[in-house]
Design a protein around this ligand. Structure first.
Ligand SMILES: Cc1cc2nc3c(=O)[nH]c(=O)nc-3n(C[C@H](O)[C@H](O)[C@H](O)COP(=O)(O)OP(=O)(O)OC[C@H]3O[C@@H](n4cnc5c(N)ncnc54)[C@H](O)[C@@H]3O)c2cc1C
Length: 440
């Protein structure tokens, strides 16, 4: 039997339209590898919950062994390849690129595209920093040369025993996550089909409007963006297809400006006096809502805890934060409103918000989360201007006119708190703070 090829799975937990898997299958026997990496940022708890189930679904579907190992891929992947005398292949990712370069150097691995519709160097040599021209250029590329998704290949399994690692502990709110989420390639495809059938109703503004719900499936690569794009174009769902290119744009910006995850893209915001406590530990208790274990002496940490647990006294903000906690998801508009309240009205650093979303969103990814937090805060590329401060009361009137979204997540309770800040006064305070840096 010929030597096997290792497919190093990362954010591509699918069989269909998986270029690395197809490449490996054409060469001979296949072995799948997933490395629980000890380098880079650890997954948040909600994303780790999703990953465990997604890997289980992949193991079930893959007609070849899936080996799970834990450690630094720069050591693990070359060692495993040497032991098997195997070639290595993967689909590209756009973070930890130094890790991938080292593994490639050691193994001669062959990499493939597939996580995005367009690669970060593909749309223009001098990358766009503004979305609309990026969108126009990327759309033209995709319409001129439409992607051609690959079918599931015929796979010959390598003769190796599968292996897994100890599953991490379940997050405290695993039971409610399970009620709202079904990870895995089959679930992703079913969700796409169901969405496309009614995509004429797509509306990502109204809080009870239809959206695809595909973000965690795309995050873990359970379905390829090419497949989703083609289905959208076929259905004439252009408003939806445009959103898919926001995902590409966020990843392109992150690839070119990796500091985005922790540092302001627009450096004048370094002088902005956001409240910030490094290494504040997000909530880890098993209580219904996390109570962050932080120094309660600092007022902004008390406010941060109230925001996290949906107790700011601002109904739309609290409904969104409770939706996030219960489901691992949150409507895009509400992400913007809750983010604006935190960074502008409360003056708390966007990094605290980014960290909480990282820990609690099932779709959390390094680029989309940081990019969008900086968009909300005003410190990113093509961001909402700082002076655009979402008013959570008028946003609720406009996008939740019957109050159904708020009622779903925030049932009447006797102990509901008073608003923690006055909407108008906190807005004026934020604008004054911005005046201090805007001319710098
Ligand atoms: C503060 C903040 C943080 C966010 N963090 C994340 C994150 O960690 N991961 C994430 O996938 N999205 C993030 N988003 C973007 C957006 O809110 C979600 O992608 C969207 O709500 C997912 O729901 P859906 O799949 O029903 O979206 P749909 O409206 O059906 O959109 C289709 C797909 O397009 C992509 N998309 C849509 N909007 C955006 C956007 N603004 N940026 C990037 N991609 C987009 C997603 O992959 C989504 O699944 C964030 C937005 C904000 C304001």
């Amino acid at each position: 039997m010929s030597t096997p090829t290792i497919v190093w799975f990362r954010d591509d937990l699918r069989l269909a339209d998986n270029a690395a898997l197809t490449w490996a299958a054409e060469r001979g026997p296949v072995v799948g590898l997933y490395v629980h990496e000890t380098v880079g940022r650890s997954l948040g708890r909600a994303a780790a919950w999703w990953l465990r189930r997604s890997l289980d679904a992949l193991r079930e579907a893959l007609p070849a062994p899936l080996i799970e190992l834990e450690g630094d891929p720069r050591e693990i992947v070359p060692r495993f390849a040497r032991e098997l005398g195997a070639a290595v292949t993967w689909n590209r990712r756009y973070y930890l690129t130094d890790v991938d370069a080292a593994v490639k150097e050691a193994t001669g691995a062959v990499s493939h595209p597939g996580y995005l519709l367009t690669e970060p160097w593909e749309v223009r040599a001098n990358p766009y920093r503004v979305f609309t021209p990026f969108f126009n250029a990327a759309r033209s590329l995709l319409l001129d040369a439409p992607p051609t998704p690959l079918p599931v290949p015929d796979i010959t399994p390598a003769d190796i025993d599968p292996a897994t690692v100890d599953a991490p502990g379940e997050p405290a709110w695993a039971a409610t996550l399970a009620q709202h989420n079904t990870p895995g390639e089959d679930a992703a495809r079913a969700r796409l089909a169901e969405f496309i059938a009614s995509s004429a109703d797509y509306d990502n503004n109204a809080l009870d409007g239809l959206t695809s719900g595909l973000s965690p499936h795309l995050r873990f690569g359970e379905i390829s963006p090419a497949e989703v794009w083609l289905a959208a174009v076929d259905a004439g769902a252009w408003a939806f297809a445009r959103q898919l290119l926001w995902r590409d744009f966020a990843w392109h910006r992150y690839y070119h400006v990796p500091k985005m995850e922790t540092k302001n893209v627009r450096e004048k915001f370094d002088r902005f006096d956001w409240e910030w406590t490094p290494n504040a530990v997000p909530g880890t208790t098993a209580a219904a809502f996390a109570q962050p274990e932080m120094d309660p002496g600092a007022q902004h940490l008390i406010e941060l805890a109230a925001w996290q647990s949906g107790r700011t006294g601002i109904p739309l903000v609290d409904a969104g934060m409770r939706e996030l906690w219960a489901t691992g998801r949150m409507h895009n508009r509400v992400r913007m409103v809750t983010g604006s309240w935190l960074t502008k009205n409360l003056g708390i650093h966007w990094r605290h918000g980014e960290e909480w979303f990282w820990d609690t969103l099932v779709d959390a990814d390094a680029a989309s989360n940081a990019f969008n937090w900086q968009w909300v805060a005003g410190s990113g590329d093509d961001a909402a201007p700082y002076f655009r401060i979402f008013n959570p009361l008028t946003q609720a009137e406009k996008f939740d006119p019957h109050g159904s979204y708020v009622a779903r997540w925030l049932p009447d309770t006797a102990d509901y708190p008073e608003p923690m800040a006055d909407v108008k006064q906190s807005r004026l305070r934020a604008l004054a703070a911005y005046d201090d840096i805007k001319n710098g």
